[in-house]
Write a protein of this length. Structure first.
Lengths: 262, 335
C-alpha cells in the first residue's frame, strides 16, 4: 500500500507541482490570455458537466461536440488499423510485393498528414467524410509499415513448423503470422492513435460545423479564451485516456509474453 | 515389415558465392514401419538438409523420397517433425494444451482435439502443465510439449532433428527414455537425426552412419540390443560399447583397429575457429612446441603457443633448418 502511494506520488507529483506553479503564476500575472487552471476547470465544468442529472450531468456540448469528435477519431483510427494490419500482413508475407510498393509507402508516410486536409476539403467538402478520410489516410501508414515489419520477421522455425503441419491459410495467417507480428503491430497502432487525435482536431479546425476542434477555433474567434483553454485541456485528457486504455489492451493481448519482454 | 520410408539416390546441391556446394551426395536407405532409425553424422555434414528433403520442406536436386510408397513432393499430410530448437518451434502465444491442439484444428472437432492433446500430454508426463505457457516451462519440458504435439498429430513418420541437443545431459537421458516409451505406445515410425554417437546407438533399431560433407551413407548398422533399454546397464553392456566404437570409427573414417586416440586433441580448442585452416595450424603448433623444447626455453614455447601467428613463423623457420620434415610428419600423424 505504501509502495503504491509512493509510486502514485512519483508519477503525479511533478505534474501537480507544475499545475500549482501555473496557478500561482497566472494569478500573479492576471493576463486575459492565460486564465488560471482553476478558471479553466470551472469553464470545463460549465461547458461539459452542467447538464441534467438524468444525463449524468453531461451537457448538450458533450453530445453536440465532444462525442462526434471522439466518434470520428476512434472510427477513423479503427478503420485504419483494420485496413493497415490486413494490407501490412499481406505485403509482409509476399516475397516481391514490398519491392514494388516499398518506395510508395515510404513516400506516403513522409507526407505530413495534416497536409492532406486541404486535399480532402476540396474533394469531400466540409463534414464527417472529409474528417474520416483525413484521419484514415494519416494514421494508416504507421500501422501498415509496422505490420509489414512484424509479418516479415516470423521466426523461420515457426514457418517450417507451420509448413510441416500443413496449416490451412487462414490458420497460418491468423494463428501464426498475426500473433508473431502483434508486438510490432501494437507499436504502429499506438503511434496511429496519437496521430488520430491530432488529425481529428486539425480537420475540425478547418472543415467542421461541430466538434472539439470547431469549438476551440470558435472560442478563439470570440476571444473566449477560458473555453479555448478548456478545449486544449480536454484534448490532453482524452489523449491520455485513450493511450492508457490502449496500453491496457496491449498488455492483455500480449500477456503471453514472458514478463519483462513486453 | 513393410517399408515406410524409401530414400533413393537423394542428392542436394546448391549454388553459393564460392561455387556449387554439394550437401547430399546420393543417399539411399529405408525405414521400415514401426522402426526407430537414427542417422548419425559429423556436424555440418548436411543432416539438416537431409531431414528437410525427406520432410518435403525443400526439394532435393536428385533422387527421390517415398513415404509409404508415395513420392514426397511437398510436405506429406501424415508427417511430423520435432525440431531441435523447441523454444522457436512452439508458439509462445498459445498455452501448452493449445500448442498441442493447434495442428489438429484442420481435421478434428473441438472435443476430439482436446482429448488427443490431453492423452499426448499425459504420455509425456505434462498433464499438469496443460494451462501453462511454454516459457513457463524448462527446456526439457518444452521439448516434451513439442513431442506431444507431434504424437497427437499421429504421423505415419516422425522426423526428429537433433531433438535432445539443446538440453542438459540428465534431461537428455530422461527424454531418450521417454521417446522409447512413447514410440512403443503410439507404434510410431521414427527417423531421428543426431550427431551424438551414444544416443544413436542407445535409441536406434538401426543406425545410418553418414560421412563428412558432402554426406554419403557410410554404412547402416543393425543395433542388436534388447528392445528394453536402460541408461546404465545398456550403456555399459559389451554390445553397446562395441557398437558405439564401430560407429565412431565409421564416422571418423578410420578402419577398424587403427582407432584414433585423441583426434588431434591439442588443436581441438582452436580448430572450430580456424575452419579449413585448422589442420595447417595444428601442424604449426606441433612444430612450434618441438622447436621450443629443443632450444631448452620453456618460456619461448609458452609464448609461441599463446600466439598462433608466431606459431606459423616458428614452424616455417623450423622447416628451413631441416628438422621441419620431422615436425610435419608429426603434425600429420596427429590429425
Amino acid at each position: 500500500m505504501n509502495a503504491k502511494l509512493k509510486q502514485f506520488l512519483q508519477r503525479w507529483g511533478v505534474f501537480a507541482a507544475l499545475v500549482v506553479v501555473w496557478e500561482l503564476a497566472t494569478r500573479a500575472a492576471v493576463s486575459p490570455f492565460f486564465p488560471t487552471p482553476l478558471t479553466i476547470l470551472r469553464t470545463m465544468r460549465d461547458q461539459w458537466l452542467s447538464g441534467p442529472a438524468s444525463r449524468l450531468f453531461l451537457s448538450d456540448e458533450v453530445f453536440g461536440d465532444v462525442l462526434p469528435s471522439v466518434g470520428r477519431m476512434l472510427g477513423g483510427w479503427a478503420l485504419a488499423c483494420v485496413i493497415g494490419v490486413a494490407v501490412g500482413v499481406a505485403l509482409g508475407r509476399s516475397r516481391v510485393a514490398m519491392d514494388y510498393v516499398g518506395p510508395l509507402l515510404a513516400f506516403a508516410r513522409a507526407i505530413p498528414p495534416p497536409m492532406l486536409v486541404p486535399v480532402f476539403l476540396v474533394l469531400l467538402s466540409i463534414g464527417t467524410p472529409m474528417q474520416l478520410a483525413t484521419i484514415i489516410f494519416g494514421t494508416l501508414w504507421p500501422v501498415v509499415l509496422n505490420a509489414v515489419d512484424g509479418a516479415r520477421a516470423v521466426d523461420s522455425v515457426k514457418v517450417e513448423t507451420a509448413r510441416v503441419f500443413r496449416l490451412p491459410r487462414h490458420q497460418w495467417l491468423l494463428g501464426v503470422v498475426v500473433p508473431s507480428a502483434l508486438p510490432k503491430i501494437f507499436a504502429g497502432v499506438r503511434v496511429s492513435l496519437s496521430l488520430a487525435l491530432i488529425l481529428m482536431v486539425i480537420s475540425e479546425l478547418v472543415g467542421a460545423t461541430n466538434g472539439i476542434g470547431y469549438q476551440l477555433i470558435y472560442a478563439q474567434r470570440q476571444f473566449d479564451l477560458p473555453t479555448m483553454w478548456a478545449g486544449i485541456v480536454l484534448l490532453g485528457v482524452l489523449g491520455y485516456l485513450f493511450n492508457t486504455l490502449l496500453l491496457a489492451g496491449e498488455r492483455r493481448a500480449l500477456s503471453w509474453q514472458p514478463a519483462g519482454r513486453g | 515389415m513393410p517399408t515406410m520410408l524409401e530414400v533413393t539416390g537423394l542428392g542436394h546441391r546448391y549454388r553459393s558465392k564460392d561455387g556449387e556446394h554439394i550437401a547430399l551426395d546420393g543417399l539411399s536407405f529405408d525405414v521400415n514401419a514401426g522402426e526407430l532409425v537414427c542417422i548419425v553424422g559429423p556436424s555440418g555434414c548436411g543432416k539438416s538438409t537431409l531431414l528437410r528433403s525427406i520432410s518435403g520442406l525443400i526439394r532435393p536436386t536428385s533422387g527421390q523420397v517415398r513415404l509409404h510408397g508415395d513420392v514426397v513432393d511437398g510436405v506429406p499430410s501424415d508427417l511430423a517433425v520435432v525440431f531441435q530448437d523447441y523454444s522457436r518451434s512452439l508458439f509462445p502465444w498459445l498455452s501448452v494444451q493449445r500448442n498441442v491442439e493447434f495442428p489438429l484444428k484442420k481435421s478434428l472437432d473441438k472435443a476430439e482435439r482436446r482429448e488427443r492433446a490431453r492423452q499426448a500430454l499425459e504420455q509425456v508426463g505434462l498433464a499438469g502443465a496443460a494451462g501453462k505457457y511454454p516459457w513457463q516451462l524448462s527446456g526439457g519440458m518444452q521439448q516434451r510439449v513439442a513431442i506431444a504435439r507431434a504424437l497427437a498429430y499421429r504421423p505415419a513418420l516422425l522426423l526428429m532433428d537433433e531433438p535432445f541437443a539443446s538440453v542438459d545431459a540428465q534431461t537428455r537421458f530422461d527424454l531418450e527414455d521417454l521417446l522409447l516409451r512413447v514410440r512403443r505406445e503410439y507404434d510410431t515410425t521414427i527417423l531421428l537425426v543426431t550427431h551424438d554417437i551414444d544416443e544413436s546407438v542407445y535409441l536406434g533399431d538401426r543406425v545410418v552412419v553418414l560421412s563428412k560433407s558432402p554426406a554419403r551413407v557410410v554404412r547402416t548398422l543393425d543395433v542388436d540390443l534388447p528392445a528394453q533399454r536402460d541408461q546404465i546397464t545398456t550403456r555399459e553392456s559389451e554390445a553397446f560399447v562395441a557398437l558405439r566404437s564401430e560407429v565412431a570409427r565409421l564416422l571418423h573414417g578410420q578402419p577398424a583397429g587403427d582407432a584414433p586416440t585423441g583426434n588431434g586433441r591439442p588443436s581441438a580448442g582452436r580448430a572450430p575457429a580456424k575452419g579449413k585452416t585448422g589442420t595447417a595450424s595444428s601442424a604449426g603448433s606441433t612444430a612450434a612446441s618441438s622447436a621450443g623444447s629443443s632450444s631448452g626455453s620453456s618460456e619461448k614455447a609458452a609464448s609461441a603457443k599463446a600466439q598462433p601467428s608466431r606459431n606459423g613463423q616458428a614452424a616455417n623457420r623450423n622447416r628451413g633448418k631441416g628438422n621441419g620434415a620431422k615436425s610435419r610428419r608429426r603434425g600429420r600423424a596427429r590429425r
